[in-house]
Design a binder for this molecule. Structure first.
Ligand SMILES: Cc1ncc(COP(=O)(O)O)c(C=O)c1O
Length: 436
Protein backbone atom coordinates (compact mmCIF):
# COMPACT_ATOMS: atom_id res chain seq x y z
CA UNK A 1 0.00 0.00 0.00
CA UNK A 2 1.42 3.41 -0.82
CA UNK A 3 1.41 6.40 1.55
CA UNK A 4 -1.73 7.96 0.12
CA UNK A 5 -3.69 4.69 0.26
CA UNK A 6 -2.79 4.27 3.95
CA UNK A 7 -3.87 7.83 4.74
CA UNK A 8 -7.13 7.43 2.79
CA UNK A 9 -8.01 4.18 4.54
CA UNK A 10 -7.09 5.69 7.90
CA UNK A 11 -9.66 8.44 7.29
CA UNK A 12 -12.27 6.02 6.01
CA UNK A 13 -12.00 3.16 8.51
CA UNK A 14 -10.45 4.45 11.74
CA UNK A 15 -12.16 6.67 14.27
CA UNK A 16 -11.32 10.33 13.71
CA UNK A 17 -10.26 10.80 17.33
CA UNK A 18 -6.99 8.95 16.72
CA UNK A 19 -4.47 11.75 17.24
CA UNK A 20 -1.94 11.88 14.42
CA UNK A 21 1.30 13.82 14.62
CA UNK A 22 2.24 16.29 11.81
CA UNK A 23 0.17 18.29 9.33
CA UNK A 24 0.62 15.43 6.85
CA UNK A 25 0.52 12.31 9.02
CA UNK A 26 3.56 10.06 8.82
CA UNK A 27 2.98 6.35 8.06
CA UNK A 28 5.95 4.29 9.24
CA UNK A 29 7.10 1.22 7.36
CA UNK A 30 10.00 -0.34 9.27
CA UNK A 31 12.59 0.29 11.93
CA UNK A 32 16.08 -0.71 12.97
CA UNK A 33 17.59 0.37 16.28
CA UNK A 34 17.22 4.11 16.78
CA UNK A 35 16.01 4.58 13.17
CA UNK A 36 12.63 4.27 11.47
CA UNK A 37 11.69 4.66 7.81
CA UNK A 38 8.48 6.04 6.40
CA UNK A 39 6.53 4.52 3.53
CA UNK A 40 8.40 6.75 1.07
CA UNK A 41 11.74 5.38 2.25
CA UNK A 42 12.82 8.47 4.22
CA UNK A 43 14.92 7.68 7.31
CA UNK A 44 14.40 9.28 10.75
CA UNK A 45 16.18 9.25 14.07
CA UNK A 46 13.41 8.17 16.41
CA UNK A 47 13.75 10.30 19.56
CA UNK A 48 10.28 9.51 20.87
CA UNK A 49 10.55 5.70 20.61
CA UNK A 50 6.86 5.02 20.01
CA UNK A 51 6.00 7.08 23.12
CA UNK A 52 8.92 5.91 25.33
CA UNK A 53 8.19 2.30 24.43
CA UNK A 54 10.96 0.96 22.20
CA UNK A 55 13.39 0.93 25.14
CA UNK A 56 16.06 -1.02 23.30
CA UNK A 57 15.42 0.14 19.76
CA UNK A 58 13.30 -1.11 16.90
CA UNK A 59 13.63 -4.81 16.09
CA UNK A 60 16.18 -5.34 18.84
CA UNK A 61 17.80 -8.74 18.10
CA UNK A 62 17.45 -9.94 21.73
CA UNK A 63 13.74 -9.23 21.71
CA UNK A 64 13.16 -10.52 18.18
CA UNK A 65 14.97 -13.78 18.93
CA UNK A 66 13.11 -14.34 22.21
CA UNK A 67 9.74 -13.68 20.54
CA UNK A 68 10.56 -15.73 17.42
CA UNK A 69 11.50 -18.70 19.57
CA UNK A 70 8.38 -18.37 21.70
CA UNK A 71 5.81 -18.00 18.91
CA UNK A 72 7.06 -21.29 17.46
CA UNK A 73 6.31 -22.98 20.80
CA UNK A 74 3.22 -21.40 22.41
CA UNK A 75 1.78 -17.96 21.67
CA UNK A 76 -0.95 -17.91 24.23
CA UNK A 77 -2.18 -19.70 27.32
CA UNK A 78 -4.16 -17.20 29.53
CA UNK A 79 -3.56 -16.70 33.24
CA UNK A 80 -5.42 -19.94 33.96
CA UNK A 81 -2.18 -21.88 33.39
CA UNK A 82 1.24 -21.06 34.85
CA UNK A 83 4.03 -20.60 32.30
CA UNK A 84 7.77 -20.32 32.62
CA UNK A 85 8.21 -16.84 31.09
CA UNK A 86 5.43 -15.44 33.28
CA UNK A 87 7.05 -16.51 36.54
CA UNK A 88 10.61 -15.76 35.33
CA UNK A 89 9.62 -12.18 34.45
CA UNK A 90 7.79 -11.71 37.77
CA UNK A 91 10.92 -12.88 39.59
CA UNK A 92 13.16 -10.54 37.58
CA UNK A 93 10.89 -7.55 38.28
CA UNK A 94 10.88 -8.33 42.01
CA UNK A 95 14.68 -8.19 41.76
CA UNK A 96 14.98 -4.84 39.97
CA UNK A 97 12.11 -2.85 41.52
CA UNK A 98 12.84 -0.87 44.70
CA UNK A 99 12.01 -1.83 48.27
CA UNK A 100 9.69 -4.71 49.06
CA UNK A 101 7.79 -4.76 45.76
CA UNK A 102 7.53 -8.43 44.96
CA UNK A 103 4.28 -9.77 43.52
CA UNK A 104 3.08 -8.99 40.00
CA UNK A 105 -0.20 -9.00 38.11
CA UNK A 106 0.36 -8.70 34.35
CA UNK A 107 -2.15 -7.12 32.00
CA UNK A 108 -1.92 -5.49 28.56
CA UNK A 109 -1.49 -1.75 28.99
CA UNK A 110 -0.68 1.06 31.37
CA UNK A 111 -4.37 1.86 31.75
CA UNK A 112 -5.11 -1.67 32.91
CA UNK A 113 -2.09 -1.69 35.21
CA UNK A 114 -3.34 1.51 36.85
CA UNK A 115 -6.91 0.20 37.20
CA UNK A 116 -5.51 -2.93 38.85
CA UNK A 117 -3.46 -0.80 41.22
CA UNK A 118 -6.47 1.27 42.29
CA UNK A 119 -8.60 -1.81 42.94
CA UNK A 120 -5.75 -3.35 44.96
CA UNK A 121 -5.27 -0.19 47.03
CA UNK A 122 -9.00 0.05 47.74
CA UNK A 123 -9.18 -3.62 48.68
CA UNK A 124 -6.12 -3.51 50.92
CA UNK A 125 -7.06 -0.33 52.78
CA UNK A 126 -10.83 -0.83 52.70
CA UNK A 127 -11.05 2.85 51.70
CA UNK A 128 -12.20 4.36 48.41
CA UNK A 129 -10.67 7.72 47.76
CA UNK A 130 -7.52 8.28 45.73
CA UNK A 131 -5.51 11.48 45.69
CA UNK A 132 -3.85 12.09 42.34
CA UNK A 133 -2.05 15.13 40.94
CA UNK A 134 -3.17 17.80 38.52
CA UNK A 135 -1.51 17.43 35.10
CA UNK A 136 -1.39 13.63 35.59
CA UNK A 137 -2.08 11.19 32.78
CA UNK A 138 -3.16 7.74 33.82
CA UNK A 139 -4.81 6.09 30.83
CA UNK A 140 -7.88 5.86 28.61
CA UNK A 141 -10.33 3.79 30.67
CA UNK A 142 -13.06 5.57 32.64
CA UNK A 143 -11.30 5.16 35.96
CA UNK A 144 -7.88 6.16 34.67
CA UNK A 145 -9.38 9.14 32.82
CA UNK A 146 -10.75 10.11 36.22
CA UNK A 147 -7.20 10.13 37.54
CA UNK A 148 -6.01 12.04 34.47
CA UNK A 149 -6.01 15.76 35.09
CA UNK A 150 -5.94 17.34 31.63
CA UNK A 151 -9.33 18.39 30.32
CA UNK A 152 -8.11 17.54 26.82
CA UNK A 153 -7.58 13.85 27.68
CA UNK A 154 -10.86 13.27 29.51
CA UNK A 155 -13.40 11.75 27.12
CA UNK A 156 -16.84 10.53 27.96
CA UNK A 157 -19.16 11.38 30.77
CA UNK A 158 -18.50 9.04 33.66
CA UNK A 159 -15.69 9.98 35.99
CA UNK A 160 -15.19 8.49 39.43
CA UNK A 161 -16.08 10.81 42.32
CA UNK A 162 -13.48 8.93 44.39
CA UNK A 163 -10.54 10.60 42.65
CA UNK A 164 -9.39 13.95 44.08
CA UNK A 165 -6.63 16.10 42.64
CA UNK A 166 -3.98 17.99 44.55
CA UNK A 167 -1.80 20.65 42.93
CA UNK A 168 1.34 19.30 41.32
CA UNK A 169 4.98 20.24 41.84
CA UNK A 170 5.22 22.23 38.61
CA UNK A 171 8.06 24.54 39.59
CA UNK A 172 8.22 26.40 36.25
CA UNK A 173 4.56 27.41 36.64
CA UNK A 174 4.20 27.06 40.39
CA UNK A 175 0.47 26.81 41.18
CA UNK A 176 1.21 28.69 44.43
CA UNK A 177 3.29 31.35 42.62
CA UNK A 178 6.26 30.54 44.85
CA UNK A 179 9.88 29.76 44.00
CA UNK A 180 11.94 26.73 44.86
CA UNK A 181 13.66 26.28 47.33
CA UNK A 182 12.27 29.16 49.41
CA UNK A 183 8.76 27.69 48.89
CA UNK A 184 9.66 24.85 51.25
CA UNK A 185 7.91 22.55 48.74
CA UNK A 186 4.57 23.93 49.97
CA UNK A 187 2.76 22.18 47.11
CA UNK A 188 3.15 18.83 48.90
CA UNK A 189 1.05 20.23 51.74
CA UNK A 190 -1.91 20.53 49.38
CA UNK A 191 -2.27 16.75 49.55
CA UNK A 192 -3.18 17.11 53.21
CA UNK A 193 -5.59 19.97 52.48
CA UNK A 194 -7.28 17.91 49.76
CA UNK A 195 -7.61 14.90 52.06
CA UNK A 196 -9.02 16.99 54.91
CA UNK A 197 -11.42 19.03 52.83
CA UNK A 198 -12.58 16.77 50.01
CA UNK A 199 -12.41 13.18 51.30
CA UNK A 200 -13.80 11.16 54.19
CA UNK A 201 -10.44 11.67 55.89
CA UNK A 202 -9.17 8.18 55.12
CA UNK A 203 -7.79 7.50 51.67
CA UNK A 204 -6.93 4.35 49.72
CA UNK A 205 -3.93 5.80 47.92
CA UNK A 206 -1.85 8.66 46.72
CA UNK A 207 -1.07 8.00 43.07
CA UNK A 208 1.57 9.81 41.02
CA UNK A 209 4.13 9.57 38.22
CA UNK A 210 7.71 10.33 39.35
CA UNK A 211 7.97 12.63 36.30
CA UNK A 212 4.65 13.60 34.74
CA UNK A 213 4.96 12.31 31.19
CA UNK A 214 2.02 13.56 29.14
CA UNK A 215 1.95 16.53 31.52
CA UNK A 216 5.19 17.69 29.87
CA UNK A 217 7.99 15.93 31.78
CA UNK A 218 7.18 17.89 34.93
CA UNK A 219 9.94 16.96 37.36
CA UNK A 220 9.33 17.41 41.12
CA UNK A 221 11.98 18.90 43.42
CA UNK A 222 14.10 16.43 45.43
CA UNK A 223 12.08 16.65 48.66
CA UNK A 224 8.65 16.27 47.09
CA UNK A 225 7.87 12.57 47.28
CA UNK A 226 9.15 12.05 50.83
CA UNK A 227 6.77 14.78 52.00
CA UNK A 228 3.85 13.67 49.81
CA UNK A 229 4.05 9.98 50.66
CA UNK A 230 4.39 10.65 54.38
CA UNK A 231 1.14 12.66 54.30
CA UNK A 232 -0.66 9.97 52.28
CA UNK A 233 0.42 7.22 54.66
CA UNK A 234 -0.61 9.30 57.66
CA UNK A 235 -4.17 9.27 56.29
CA UNK A 236 -4.13 5.52 55.66
CA UNK A 237 -3.23 5.55 51.97
CA UNK A 238 -0.69 3.46 50.12
CA UNK A 239 1.59 5.00 47.50
CA UNK A 240 0.88 3.92 43.91
CA UNK A 241 3.79 4.93 41.71
CA UNK A 242 3.03 5.08 37.99
CA UNK A 243 6.29 4.19 36.24
CA UNK A 244 4.69 3.66 32.84
CA UNK A 245 6.98 6.30 31.29
CA UNK A 246 9.81 6.51 33.82
CA UNK A 247 10.57 2.80 34.21
CA UNK A 248 13.37 0.52 33.05
CA UNK A 249 16.31 2.88 33.40
CA UNK A 250 14.73 5.70 31.39
CA UNK A 251 15.63 8.33 34.01
CA UNK A 252 19.21 7.06 34.45
CA UNK A 253 21.06 5.76 37.53
CA UNK A 254 18.14 3.62 38.76
CA UNK A 255 15.88 1.05 37.17
CA UNK A 256 12.82 3.06 38.23
CA UNK A 257 12.35 6.80 38.40
CA UNK A 258 11.01 6.98 41.94
CA UNK A 259 14.39 5.88 43.33
CA UNK A 260 15.66 9.41 42.59
CA UNK A 261 13.26 10.62 45.29
CA UNK A 262 14.21 8.18 47.98
CA UNK A 263 10.80 6.62 48.67
CA UNK A 264 9.55 3.07 48.23
CA UNK A 265 6.13 2.58 46.65
CA UNK A 266 3.61 0.05 47.97
CA UNK A 267 2.32 -0.52 44.45
CA UNK A 268 4.09 0.29 41.18
CA UNK A 269 2.65 0.20 37.69
CA UNK A 270 4.61 -0.26 34.48
CA UNK A 271 3.91 -0.70 30.76
CA UNK A 272 5.29 0.96 27.56
CA UNK A 273 9.04 0.24 27.77
CA UNK A 274 8.56 -3.04 29.63
CA UNK A 275 8.43 -5.17 26.46
CA UNK A 276 9.84 -2.92 23.71
CA UNK A 277 6.48 -2.56 21.97
CA UNK A 278 4.75 -5.86 22.69
CA UNK A 279 1.56 -5.07 24.63
CA UNK A 280 2.02 -5.45 28.37
CA UNK A 281 1.16 -3.79 31.65
CA UNK A 282 2.15 -4.88 35.12
CA UNK A 283 1.13 -4.00 38.65
CA UNK A 284 3.72 -5.03 41.21
CA UNK A 285 2.95 -4.74 44.91
CA UNK A 286 4.41 -5.44 48.31
CA UNK A 287 3.33 -8.90 49.54
CA UNK A 288 0.65 -7.71 51.99
CA UNK A 289 -1.15 -5.70 49.29
CA UNK A 290 -1.06 -8.58 46.79
CA UNK A 291 -2.16 -11.06 49.43
CA UNK A 292 -5.14 -8.87 50.38
CA UNK A 293 -6.58 -9.69 46.95
CA UNK A 294 -6.82 -13.41 47.71
CA UNK A 295 -10.36 -14.66 48.25
CA UNK A 296 -11.95 -11.29 47.41
CA UNK A 297 -13.51 -12.35 44.10
CA UNK A 298 -12.54 -13.96 40.85
CA UNK A 299 -10.25 -12.27 38.35
CA UNK A 300 -8.22 -13.18 35.29
CA UNK A 301 -6.53 -11.57 32.32
CA UNK A 302 -6.95 -13.42 29.04
CA UNK A 303 -3.79 -11.97 27.51
CA UNK A 304 -2.00 -10.82 30.68
CA UNK A 305 1.36 -12.51 31.23
CA UNK A 306 1.10 -14.35 27.92
CA UNK A 307 4.20 -16.33 26.92
CA UNK A 308 4.97 -14.10 23.93
CA UNK A 309 4.82 -10.65 25.56
CA UNK A 310 6.70 -11.96 28.59
CA UNK A 311 9.38 -13.37 26.25
CA UNK A 312 9.69 -9.89 24.72
CA UNK A 313 9.96 -8.35 28.15
CA UNK A 314 12.66 -10.78 29.30
CA UNK A 315 14.55 -10.00 26.07
CA UNK A 316 14.12 -6.26 26.68
CA UNK A 317 15.55 -6.42 30.21
CA UNK A 318 18.45 -8.60 29.04
CA UNK A 319 19.24 -6.09 26.30
CA UNK A 320 19.03 -3.17 28.75
CA UNK A 321 21.47 -4.95 31.06
CA UNK A 322 23.81 -5.81 28.22
CA UNK A 323 23.76 -2.19 27.11
CA UNK A 324 25.13 -1.10 30.50
CA UNK A 325 21.85 -0.50 32.36
CA UNK A 326 20.80 2.66 34.19
CA UNK A 327 24.41 3.80 34.82
CA UNK A 328 25.03 4.00 31.06
CA UNK A 329 21.67 5.72 30.44
CA UNK A 330 22.61 8.37 33.02
CA UNK A 331 25.79 9.18 31.07
CA UNK A 332 23.86 9.41 27.80
CA UNK A 333 21.17 11.48 29.54
CA UNK A 334 23.79 13.93 30.81
CA UNK A 335 25.05 14.43 27.26
CA UNK A 336 21.53 15.00 25.94
CA UNK A 337 20.73 17.40 28.78
CA UNK A 338 23.94 19.38 28.36
CA UNK A 339 23.06 19.86 24.68
CA UNK A 340 19.54 20.96 25.53
CA UNK A 341 20.84 23.41 28.13
CA UNK A 342 23.02 24.91 25.39
CA UNK A 343 19.92 25.33 23.25
CA UNK A 344 18.23 27.09 26.19
CA UNK A 345 21.11 29.58 26.27
CA UNK A 346 20.74 30.23 22.56
CA UNK A 347 16.96 30.44 22.08
CA UNK A 348 14.69 32.61 24.31
CA UNK A 349 11.73 30.62 22.95
CA UNK A 350 12.85 27.87 25.32
CA UNK A 351 11.41 28.67 28.74
CA UNK A 352 12.48 25.59 30.62
CA UNK A 353 14.50 22.42 30.14
CA UNK A 354 13.70 19.60 32.55
CA UNK A 355 13.70 15.87 33.08
CA UNK A 356 16.12 13.14 34.07
CA UNK A 357 18.30 10.76 32.11
CA UNK A 358 16.98 10.00 28.64
CA UNK A 359 13.65 11.71 29.39
CA UNK A 360 14.15 15.40 28.73
CA UNK A 361 11.62 18.10 27.91
CA UNK A 362 11.71 21.62 26.51
CA UNK A 363 8.86 23.97 27.45
CA UNK A 364 8.43 26.61 24.75
CA UNK A 365 7.12 30.09 25.50
CA UNK A 366 6.58 33.26 23.52
CA UNK A 367 8.98 35.02 25.91
CA UNK A 368 10.61 34.20 29.21
CA UNK A 369 8.99 37.07 31.13
CA UNK A 370 5.34 36.31 30.40
CA UNK A 371 5.91 32.53 30.03
CA UNK A 372 3.01 32.55 27.58
CA UNK A 373 2.84 29.00 26.14
CA UNK A 374 3.97 28.75 22.51
CA UNK A 375 2.15 25.75 20.97
CA UNK A 376 2.52 27.22 17.46
CA UNK A 377 6.30 27.26 17.82
CA UNK A 378 6.13 23.61 18.87
CA UNK A 379 3.95 22.75 15.89
CA UNK A 380 6.44 24.41 13.54
CA UNK A 381 9.37 22.73 15.27
CA UNK A 382 7.66 19.41 14.63
CA UNK A 383 7.49 20.05 10.89
CA UNK A 384 11.08 21.36 10.72
CA UNK A 385 12.55 18.41 12.63
CA UNK A 386 10.55 15.92 10.58
CA UNK A 387 11.88 17.52 7.41
CA UNK A 388 15.43 17.01 8.67
CA UNK A 389 14.89 13.42 9.78
CA UNK A 390 14.19 13.62 13.51
CA UNK A 391 11.07 12.39 15.34
CA UNK A 392 10.21 14.04 18.66
CA UNK A 393 7.19 14.02 20.98
CA UNK A 394 5.08 16.70 22.57
CA UNK A 395 2.97 17.15 25.68
CA UNK A 396 1.85 19.54 28.37
CA UNK A 397 -1.54 21.03 29.12
CA UNK A 398 -0.82 23.77 26.59
CA UNK A 399 0.80 21.48 23.95
CA UNK A 400 3.95 23.54 24.29
CA UNK A 401 6.41 20.97 25.62
CA UNK A 402 8.76 18.99 23.39
CA UNK A 403 9.39 15.51 24.76
CA UNK A 404 12.69 13.84 23.91
CA UNK A 405 13.11 10.18 24.85
CA UNK A 406 15.16 8.06 22.44
CA UNK A 407 15.61 4.29 22.78
CA UNK A 408 18.17 3.69 25.52
CA UNK A 409 20.40 1.94 23.01
CA UNK A 410 21.11 5.34 21.45
CA UNK A 411 24.79 6.31 21.15
CA UNK A 412 26.67 9.57 21.63
CA UNK A 413 26.88 10.30 17.92
CA UNK A 414 23.13 9.90 17.47
CA UNK A 415 22.46 12.20 20.42
CA UNK A 416 24.75 14.84 18.90
CA UNK A 417 23.06 14.44 15.53
CA UNK A 418 19.60 14.92 17.08
CA UNK A 419 20.81 18.01 18.95
CA UNK A 420 22.20 19.42 15.72
CA UNK A 421 18.84 18.95 13.97
CA UNK A 422 17.02 20.50 16.94
CA UNK A 423 19.41 23.45 16.90
CA UNK A 424 18.87 24.04 13.19
CA UNK A 425 15.08 23.62 13.45
CA UNK A 426 14.89 25.97 16.45
CA UNK A 427 16.85 28.52 14.43
CA UNK A 428 14.26 28.34 11.65
CA UNK A 429 11.37 28.65 14.12
CA UNK A 430 13.09 31.60 15.77
CA UNK A 431 13.52 33.37 12.46
CA UNK A 432 9.90 32.78 11.51
CA UNK A 433 8.40 33.80 14.84
CA UNK A 434 10.90 36.54 15.60
CA UNK A 435 13.15 36.98 18.62
CA UNK A 436 11.12 38.42 21.51
C1 LIG B 1 2.18 7.71 32.97
C2 LIG B 1 1.22 6.91 32.17
N1 LIG B 1 0.39 6.06 32.77
C3 LIG B 1 -0.47 5.31 32.09
C4 LIG B 1 -0.58 5.40 30.73
C5 LIG B 1 -1.56 4.57 29.98
O1 LIG B 1 -0.90 3.56 29.28
P1 LIG B 1 -1.59 2.85 28.02
O2 LIG B 1 -1.64 3.84 26.92
O3 LIG B 1 -0.65 1.69 27.76
O4 LIG B 1 -2.92 2.38 28.48
C6 LIG B 1 0.26 6.27 30.04
C7 LIG B 1 0.19 6.40 28.57
O5 LIG B 1 0.70 7.30 27.97
C8 LIG B 1 1.17 7.05 30.78
O6 LIG B 1 1.98 7.92 30.17
Amino acid sequence: MDTQAILDKQRQYLWPNHILYYTDPLPLAHGDGVYVWDTNGKQYLDFFGGILTTSVGHNNPHVVERVREQVGKLIHSSTLYPNENHVALAEKLAEITPGRLQMSFFTNSGSEANETAIVAAQTYTDAREIVALRHAYSGRTSLTMSVTAHSTWKLGKSFSPDIKHAINPYCYRCPLKLSYPSCGVACAQDIEDVIRTTTSGRIAAFMAEPIQGVGGFITPPPEYFELAVEIARHYGGVFICDEVQTGFGRTGEHWFGISHWNVEPDIMTMAKGIANGMPMGNTIAVPEVAEAMAGKGLTLSTFGGNPTSTAASLGTIEALEEEGGPARFAVLGDRLRAGMDRLWEKYPLIGDVRGKGLMQGIEMVTDRQSKEPAPKAVAQLFEETRERGLLIGKGGLYSNVIRIAPPMTVNEEQIDQALEILDYALGVVHETIGVP
